[in-house]
Design a protein around this ligand. Structure first.
Ligand SMILES: Cc1ncc(COP(=O)(O)O)c(C=O)c1O
Length: 492
């Protein structure tokens, strides 16, 4: 029990310290399951503390299930799952029987963790720059909300706060020419929950859903987790190739017409009509993920499918993850009137409703005009970042690359004409060695409908979290990484 000795030679250990030290060691498997610990008398004498102190610590550990105490016997470390060796844990995990949904998740490749990276420059798509966050204005808004005396402490409407839905209704009309009734709006915890609710409400095992290919992996996985099957449809510079839909039967189609994720195409009006006509004819609901439509740099944002004639089958999905923060987890669905009650029930069963104070703060922020001012500001800042990125890429790579999808959004796709797609991992590794994070486009393709390995290597490069200096430095390092890969693969 030497490891339990107090660090301060003069200080005696209290029950709390003994408890914490033992707990830590059990969790770290210094003591394996079933191992005996010293008797309370023995440990008390070793630590020069009273027996009662040790007994208190042991009783707390027993109450939390870490050890087992038996009259007249030494305490034993309980058979904890955490106490098992990683190999045993893995075995147990694979033997545990899960629901069909659980099994599908278990079979899916794990997601990368989103912990802060130690990279000097990370082109990971989806992050925003902390310096862009309107800290003062948001703080003021939060203070205002918190200063209001709550008139009740009770569950909210599952659709979300009335004030926020009213604010969103006005915003959607002003910014997106989208007109809807209040009860069609459901406030959700980010687009992700909107996709999850849509999947649960609309898809069954063996149903089919249309997915852009390449497309948003989170959406594909969430729909597939219901047991439904993806029908990957190719995209080009104008988004989903709607001409390929005519014979397809599906329950749902997921599209990003304002800025196709990841290739960046903006769907022209002719394709929008073709998509809506097909959906009407086949009785398909179209999920329109309008995730970053605030960022259109050449012309005004294109109106959504939802506001077009024939858009009655459209489930519109918006988020503040690209304007304010992905950490707030606020998004909104606009569902067709016939689905509004069932979506509200699905939301209620999922988590009752989204947190009210954040909803109230966002409502106040939108009502005061601060949100739209903020959107204009971040659009300008991201337009500068985009400019710097495009210039740096042009300067260092020139004709050796082709850039796609730069007119809108917060990322571009860069195709490296001299590197084959099979070098994607090698480029990622070389970049990491130099301290930069770059991400290949391959994982965004449907796993069963991959292009041939002849295709050039493509990267999805997000820039909205970086300073202009970081962008320039990152592109210079990327050029070095490309050279390293070319050398290693003997492709000079
Ligand atoms: C296509 C697409 N939709 C939606 C989102 C936003 O998701 P959320 O609102 O859950 O943060 C992202 C984020 O990267 C995205 O790429």
């Amino acid at each position: 029990m030497g490891q339990l000795k107090s660090k301060k030679p003069t200080g005696r250990m209290g029950a709390r310290q003994i408890y914490e030290a033992l707990r830590k060691q059990i969790l770290e498997r210094v003591y394996e399951s079933g191992r005996q610990l010293p008797s309370s008398r023995c440990l008390a004498s070793e630590l020069s503390v009273s027996r009662t102190t040790v007994t208190v610590a042991y009783e707390q550990l027993e109450a939390e299930g870490f050890i087992e105490l038996r009259q007249g016997a030494r305490p034993r470390v309980a058979a904890l799952l955490l106490g098992q060796k990683p190999a045993d844990r893995k075995k147990r995990q694979n033997e545990t029987r899960l629901s069909a949904y659980g099994e599908r998740l278990r079979a899916a490749p794990p997601w990368p963790d989103y912990l802060p990276s130690s990279l000097t420059v990370d082109f990971r798509y989806g992050d925003l720059a902390p310096s862009d966050f309107p800290t003062l204005a948001w703080k003021r808004t939060m203070n205002e909300v918190m200063a209001r005396r709550p008139t009740r402490l009770a569950y909210e409407n599952p659709r979300g706060s009335r004030r926020l839905r009213q604010a969103l209704q006005g915003y959607l009309w002003r910014a997106r020419t989208l007109h809807c009734d209040l009860d069609q709006i459901i406030v959700v915890n980010g687009s992700q929950q909107g996709l999850d609710l849509s999947a649960r409400v609309l898809l069954d095992r063996s149903d089919h859903f249309v997915m852009e290919n390449p497309g948003y992996r989170m959406a594909r996985q969430i729909f597939a987790s219901t047991g439904a099957r993806a029908v990957p449809i190719a995209v080009d510079a104008e988004g989903l190739r709607t001409a390929l839909l005519s014979d397809i039967r599906a329950r749902l189609a997921y599209v990003t017409p304002s800025h196709q994720f990841p290739l960046g195409g903006v769907m022209p009006i002719s394709r929008r009509h073709q998509l809506l006509e097909w959906a009407q004819e086949k009785g398909v609901y179209v999920i329109e993920d309008d995730y970053d439509s605030e960022y259109r740099y050449d012309i005004n944002p294109v109106p959504p499918l939802h506001s077009l004639q024939g858009g009655s089958n459209v489930i519109y999905l918006g988020t503040i993850s690209k304007t304010l923060s992905p950490m707030m987890r606020i998004g909104y669905l606009v569902v067709p009137p016939e689905l509004q009650d069932v979506f509200a029930t699905a939301k209620q069963l999922s988590d009752r409703h989204s947190p009210v104070s954040d909803q109230e703060a966002l409502a106040t922020f939108i009502e005061s005009g601060a949100y739209e001012r903020h959107v204009r500001r971040v659009r300008r800042l991201n337009s500068e970042r985009r400019e710097i990125l495009l210039r740096a890429l042009q300067r260092l790579f020139g004709e050796r690359i082709a850039v796609e999808g730069a007119d809108a959004g917060l990322h571009v796709v860069v195709w490296f004409k001299e590197l084959p797609k099979l070098c994607e991992d090698a480029l990622g590794e070389a970049a990491r060695e130099l301290g930069i994070g770059v991400y290949g486009i391959s994982p965004l393709h449907d796993p069963e409908a991959q292009d041939g390995i002849e295709a050039p290597l493509g990267l999805v490069m997000g820039y909205s979290a970086l300073t202009t200096r970081e962008i320039e430095k990152g592109v210079a390092l990327l050029a070095q990484a490309v050279d390293m890969v070319k050398q290693r693969h003997g492709q000079r």
